[in-house]
Write a protein that binds this ligand. Sequence first.
Ligand code: CTP
Length: 406
Amino acid sequence: MNSWGKKYRILFCITGGIAAYKMPEVVHTLVKEGHSVRVLLTKASEKFVTPFLFATLTGEQVYREEDFLDDTTGPTIPHICLAAWADLLVVAPCTANSLKIIARGESHVLLGALFLASPKRGLLFPSMNTHMWEHPKTAFHVKGCLELGHRVVEPAEGRLACGTSGKGKMQDNANILEEIRRFLLPVKDFAGKKVLVTAGPTWEYLDPVRFLSNPSSGKMGYALAREAWYRGAEVTLLSGPVCHGNFYGFRHISVTSAEEMGEQLHSLHEEYDFLLMAAAVGDYRFPTRVPQKIKRGNREFLELSLVRNPDLLVEAGKKKKPQQILVGFAAETENLLENAQDKLARKNVDYIVANFVGGEKSAFGSSDNAVTIIDKKGQKCSSSGTKAHVASDILDLLASLFSGKE
Ligand code: CTP
C-alpha cells in the first residue's frame, strides 16, 4: 500500500543549544506538510526561543518545564499524555545533557520522564562544541541512546557558533527534515538493496557556449532516489545537469553528456540490485566538440550533423545479471502503450514506465506525473499524482517482487 503522504503526530523537543534558533523553520515546514506538531521546550531552551513563537506556528499548546508536576493543571500529566499522543519524538538540538538524560533514563525533568513513558523510538540531532561531542562521556551516552533503540543523527562538521571548527554543528534544516521524513515512513522493504537511478537530461556540447539537450527536470529520478532511501536502500543517483540542492542520504554523481553517463554506468552497473533508468538521455551528439565558440559571421544558415549516442538502457539490458531488475522509462507523445511495449521488448527490461509527454499532468518539469507501468507479461498498472507519489507506487510494485505480495 502506498504510505506516501500519511500525516503523523510529531512531538518536537527543543533543548538548550544555540541551534534552537533555527528550529522554528523546521517546525513550520512539518506543520505545512500537514503533520500535527507539538513542541516541548526545556528550561534552558527558553533562553533561545519562546513558547509564544511555537504556539503561534503550531496552533498547539507548548509544553514547558514548569508544566511538569504542576498541580494547577488538574489531572493531565504532561509526560504521560504526550507519550501517548506522539507517533514520533524528535529532539533537535539535542544537548550533551539531554543525551545523558535520555541514555540514563533520568526522570527529574519533563524530557526525561517523557522518554521513559514512551515506547517509541526517538530521533535525536545532537549539536554541541567539538570537544564536548568528542568527549568519551558523550560517546558513552550516544551509545546508551542507540542501545535503547533511538536514532542518533551525527552532527555535521564546520564552524560552530562558539567559534571553534570541527564536528558538532547542527545538521542543516533540510537534512533534519529528510531524516524525519525517512523515519516516519514505516516500510523499510528495500533494506539491504542497492538501487541506482539515472535522472535528468544530458548536454551534448557543440562548442563552449552551446549544447543540445531537452527540458527534463530530473524530478522523477530524484523522487525515486529519495523514496528508495526512505525505504532503506543504499542509493546512487546518477544525474545529468539539474539543480536539486539536497542530495542528503544518497550518493550523487553528476555527469554532463550521454557518454559520461555511459562510462559511469559501465563501472557501477554490476553492484546494483535495481537499475531505474529515468534519465532523458540525448539520442544524438555532435561528432566533435568545437574548442572555440563558432562565430555567426555573415552566415544565413549553419548546417550541423549529429551522430548517434549509445543506448545506455540497451547496454544495461545486455549486461543484466539474473537477479538484477532493470526498469526503463518511455517518453512518448503518441501511441503511448504500443511504443512503450516495443521498448520493453527491444531493450530487455523487466518493467517499462510509459510516460505521455505533454498535457498538464505530465509535462516536462512538472511536479506531477501520470504513468502506466508495464511488465514483461504485458500486465499494466497505472499511477498518477505527485512524482513522489508515483515513485512510491513504482517501488511498491518492485518490492512485491521480493516480498512475495505480487
Ligand atoms: N535511453 C538510454 N540511452 C539513450 C536513449 C534512451 O538509456 N541514448 C533510455 C532512457 O533512459 C529511457 C529509455 O531508454 O529509460 C527510453 O528513452 P526514450 O527517450 O523514451 O526513447 P528512445 O529509446 O530514445 O527512443 P525514441 O526516441 O525512438 O522514442
